[in-house]
Design a protein. Structure first.
Length: 277
């Protein structure tokens, strides 16, 4: 082999080794960052990180120093513990700013309608009301169809109550005290005591149902899509004619919750044990 060829081979080997080291360093940095995101505590020490990720403390120190340089991690000079920095916040906010809820939800609505053979809807909140912003209807003779853009109060119907039940306690009480609660149908609950109790049950169960509450002859099940703070960014529902829907509730709820879990994950929600929505 010529000296020139040997030199080229050696150079290639060195380049590949350097590339591998860079990739390994980046992967370790990403592992450390994601460990902060996945850990319930807000601060971590070097030993904790090293033990959890199977790294040496020296490696963790070097990774943290690099991340601090980009403000992704910050160090408390008193406790000598680390936490996520403003750079991590900027990344997260940048991602959230680019979320287009209707575009994100559209494929799941289509899948939900296909799985249930009923109408799947998306609702967005507008103050003390909410509106349907999208729907996918099934290919069958008798279907339910909703009116897009029409405001409905937050205590009437499944999608409305799925929003209201997952607001903060302060917001719920403010709504119950201040908002008008004119009942659209005879099945709508407008008594404050009964409504407050039902909202607590909905929050514990994770979904709500409606039988002729908003519109006579219609039924639905609904659940919120949670954002990274656990707040309802949107609500999805499955609805159909009342008599037919009674026999489909269990299957519809199962499909609905599957879709909501996937969508909430895309919105940044991470459910942790002992953490309330």
């Amino acid at each position: 082999m010529s000296p020139r060829k040997q030199s080229a081979d050696a150079g290639d080997s060195t380049s590949q080794e350097a590339t591998g080291q860079v990739i390994a360093t980046v992967e370790r940095a990403m592992d450390v960052l994601m460990h902060f995101a996945d850990t319930p505590t807000t601060t971590l020490g070097v030993t904790e990180i090293a033990d959890a990720l199977g790294m040496s403390k020296g490696v963790v120190h070097r990774v943290l120093a690099s991340l601090r340089g980009k403000q992704l991690i910050q160090l408390d000079p008193v406790s000598r513990r680390y936490s996520l920095g403003v750079g991590a916040m900027r990344l997260g906010l940048s991602y959230l700013d680019r979320l287009e809820i209707r575009r994100i939800v559209a494929p799941e609505l289509a899948l939900l309608s296909q799985r249930t053979d009923e109408t799947a809807t998306l609702s967005l909140r507008t103050g003390w009301t909410r509106v349907y912003s999208d729907q996918v209807t099934p290919e069958r003779e008798v279907i339910m169809s909703v009116s897009l853009g029409v405001p409905y109060p937050l205590h009437s119907g499944g999608s409305s109550k799925a929003f209201l039940a997952f607001l903060s306690k302060q917001e719920i009480e403010e709504y119950l005290v201040q908002a008008r609660r004119d009942p659209p149908t005879g099945h709508t609950i407008d008594d404050v005591g009964r409504l407050r109790k039902e909202l607590e049950e909905i929050r514990l169960r994770g979904w709500t149902q409606s039988f002729a509450e908003r519109m006579s002859g219609a039924a639905s099940v609904a659940t919120p899509v949670l954002d990274h703070l656990g707040r309802p960014a949107a609500v999805i529902s499955v609805c159909g004619p009342l008599e037919r829907f009674r026999e489909e509730v269990d299957d519809c709820v199962s499909a609905l919750l599957d879709s909501a879990r996937r969508l909430s994950a895309q919105m940044g929600w991470v459910e942790r044990e002992g953490r309330e929505h």
